[in-house]
Every structure is written in C-alpha cells, then in structure tokens.
Design a protein around this ligand. Structure first.
Ligand code: AMP
Ligand code: GLY
Length: 420
C-alpha cells in the first residue's frame, strides 16, 4: 500500500509512523509533514488546503488511501473533493465535519437527539449575551462558534470574566468570523476524558480512552492550549462510564448525523466530562485529537494500515489494544500558547526503553532540528502502569537541557492521585 497522510503536526507524525510500521505498506507520504517526520514518511511539499494538487499527487502516485489529520481541510471539503475524483480518503464530508466546525450545529444536534451535554444558548448580539450572562451567573463557559485551534473557549469563574470573553469575541472580533457567533454554556464539573472512534459506513469502532492536559502549566494553571500532554488508559474512569458514553453519546450521534443527511465517516472524537449526572459531551471533533493520538495509537496492536484497508473493503478487522500504559509529554517553545521565538536548537534525546518522539513545530537548519512553532515535540513512553510510564517519559526528558523550551512536570497526575 501507498498511503498519503495530510497534515504537519505531532498527530500526523504518529499516524504516519503507525502506518509505516505495517509490513503491508510500501511508502507513507506526508503533505506537507515536518522535518522531524523524515524517518517515518516521505515529505511532499503541498499545503493541506491545496486540494487539487493533493488529489493530483494521490492519482500520480497510485495512493491506496489518503488519511486527513487536521480539521481545516475537512471543514473546507477535502473529502468531497477527493471522492468526486474517485479517490479513496478517510474523513468526514464538509457537511459532516460541521459537528466540529460549528459548535452551535453540534449543540443543536445534541439537543434534538437527546445527547447529554451542558445547557446552552447561542448569541450573535452582545447585549443579549450579556443579559443572559447576568441572569444565569458564573461559572459559565464562553465558546467561539467556529474553529479556533483549541483556543476559542473561556471557562469563566466570575461574571466579569464571562462578560469580557463575550465582548472579546462578539465586539472585538478576537476570533474573526469564528467568533461572530458564540455559545454560552453551563459549567460542568467532573473528570474529563477523550473517547475517539473510527466510523465507517454506519459502523463504529471505538478506541481506548485517553486524557489530555489543556492548560499550559503544572497543576492545570495558565491559559488553554492545544494540549500539553496526554495518557492512556484513564484508570479512574470506570469501564461502565465508557460503555454508557458509547450508548448515550457516540451511537446516537452517529445515527443522528445519518438522519440529518450528513452521515459521519472518519474519526469521531468525543470530549466528555463525567459529571454527577453521568457522562456529558463538551465537544465533538471530526478528526484525531492532538496529543491524544500520540498515546492511543502506540497501544493499537492491530495493523493500522490493514485495519484501514479492511474498513474500506467492508470487512473490518477487530481492533485490539495492549494493556500497557502510555504517557506523552509535550515540549513547547517558551511563550506558547502566546507568541514564540523560532530557531532554538532542539536537543537530540537518547531514547531508551521503547520511548518515542513525535515532532510538530520543527524545521531543519544546518542538519539540526530547530523550533519553528508552539508545540515542538512530544515524548511518549510505555509502562505497565501510568506511574511507570510517567517515570519513563520524564527520564527521557531529563537526559537533556531544554533552553528556550518548557514542558509540564505533572502529565498523568490525575490518574496517579485519583484512584478508584
Ligand atoms: P474545548 O476546546 O471545547 O475542548 O474546551 C477546552 C476546555 O474547556 C475543555 O477541555 C474543558 O476543560 C473546558 N470546558 C469546555 N466546556 C466546558 C463546560 N461546559 N464545563 C466545564 N469545562 C468546560
Ligand atoms: N487535544 C484536543 C484536540 O485535539 O482538540
């Protein structure tokens, strides 16, 4: 098989590597990929949004299937474009990608099909939003309706913060078009987890769950980021809660999309909070999570490329997972999620004991990798438990100095301090 992976982050590196490990695979191409991925994929200098050039490439190279990493090409219709050209691609159509690209679409869907989620209201008018905030009172969560790279959510613990966030989005156009409509949501309390599933032809293949760390700094302090680390499994979320989420959220969401005339194919990512009243949805994404993918895929023991092929051929192989724990720690450039300086030399980590690195914001300069983005790389390590995987991950990081970079020192803490 020849496979084309679209995207350039750590998630796409993990996807490419997992495909490359299959003996059924000849070449994995990544468009555009990043310089840290060269061992696992052949880079193709085509932008994620240049659908015509990507489809031409897939045709010329006889690509067996294309796998889309990020949300932007999905929400702009890359899948529709490839399918019109008769090319095999994995991901949702533009219509189905709305489940991520429009929070109000997702909220209405959940409302109409009784999928448990936080209570909410949508606004385009600031005065109405402010009146609602004053009436309901903090804590409230303010969300830009459109795509905002994981940064369009403000968890407001006071009315003043909620009002400022709404004003920022609706009046100061903080997120441009993506923030011209906002969702104001009830604050949910509980443990979070990420539940991703392969969906194809109405059939759902759930993956093992994971937990992200959204805040920039230790103890979950600082601003929200794209994610600073993750781990899998999540031992303090009981299997019964995962099963309940599958029955009350994932299954009804997939059938709701089909009933709405926008059947969902691809990776359905469900962000869940396990509240006192049961699991509730905080968001749907239409693609793999980053950094969740980097800790979930290493646990997949089914051959990934063969699994994908079996989906396309309508004879899905069973998905199997190792019992091992995986902890992944993101190394970011200083200043992330704000502005970051480029160019710091990325240390070469002498990896030991089954640890791995996925690269994201890096660029090769004079034969060495240098920082070229916010999240630069992720170190993942395995172990028989989260504790051991965590020790192993931090041992790799401690082998180098990190001038110009930072990473959280507590990835996995909820699993270790909260046991059931
Ligand atoms: P999102 O970008 O939608 O994943 O939201 C970012 C983070 O905000 C989530 O990971 C949660 O920690 C938090 N969050 C989002 N919605 C809610 C909610 N309704 N209640 C509490 N926390 C939330
Ligand atoms: N880690 C959360 C996301 O990918 O949206």
């Amino acid at each position: 098989m020849n496979i084309l992976v679209i995207g350039r982050g750590g998630r796409e590196h993990a996807i490419a590597r997992q495909f490359n490990e299959s003996d059924a695979v000849d070449t994995v191409y990544a468009a555009p990929g990043n310089d840290g991925m060269r061992k696992d994929a052949e880079l193709v200098a085509i932008d994620e949004m240049d659908f015509a050039a990507l489809a031409d490439f897939a045709e010329v190279k006889a690509i067996d299937f294309t796998f889309v990493g990020p949300e932007q090409p999905l929400s702009e219709g890359i899948v529709d474009f490839f399918e019109e050209r008769g090319l095999r691609i994995f991901g949702p159509s533009k219509a189905a990608a709305q489940i991520e690209a429009s929070k109000s679409f997702a909220k209405e869907l959940m409302n109409d099909y009784n999928i448990p989620t936080a209570g909410y209201a949508t606004f385009t008018d600031l005065a109405e939003a402010l009146a609602y905030i004053r009436k309901h009172g903090a804590p409230l969560v303010i969300k830009a309706d459109g795509l905002a790279a994981g940064k369009g959510v403000v968890v407001a613990m006071t009315d003043a913060e909620a009002e400022a966030a709404a004003t920022d989005m609706l009046e100061s156009n903080r997120f441009a078009e993506a923030g011209s409509m906002i969702v104001v949501e009830e604050f949910l309390e509980g443990e979070e987890f990420s539940f991703m599933s392969f969906v194809w032809d109405g059939v759902i293949h759930p993956m093992v769950i994971s937990q992200d760390h959204k805040r920039a700094y230790d103890d979950d302090e600082g601003p929200n980021t794209g994610g600073m680390g993750a781990y899998s499994p999540v031992p303090h979320i009981p299997d019964t809660v995962v099963a309940e989420t599958y029955e009350t959220v994932v299954k009804p969401a997939v059938s709701a999309m089909a009933q709405e005339g926008a059947p969902f194919n691809g990776i359905l990512y469900t962000g869940v909070i396990w509240t006192a009243a049961g699991p509730k949805v905080i968001e749907f994404n239409a693609r793999f999570g980053d950094p969740e993918t980097q800790v979930v895929l290493p646990r997949m023991t089914t051959d990934f490329a063969r699994f994908m092929q079996s989906l396309f051929e309508g004879q899905p192989l069973p998905l199997q997972w190792s019992d091992e724990a995986v902890v992944g720690v993101v190394v970011a450039a200083e200043g992330y999620p704000g502005t970051v300086a480029h160019g710091a030399l990325v240390p070469e980590i002498p990896l030991q004991g089954g640890a791995g690195i996925t690269y994201a914001g890096v660029k090769e300069q004079g034969g060495a990798l240098t920082a070229a983005g916010g999240r630069v790389l992720l170190v993942s390590a395995r172990g028989p438990s989260i504790e051991e995987a965590q020790v192993n991950a931090y041992r790799q990081l401690a082998a180098c100095e990190w001038p110009g970079f930072f990473y959280r020192k507590d990835i996995g803490w909820r699993a270790i301090s909260k046991k059931v």
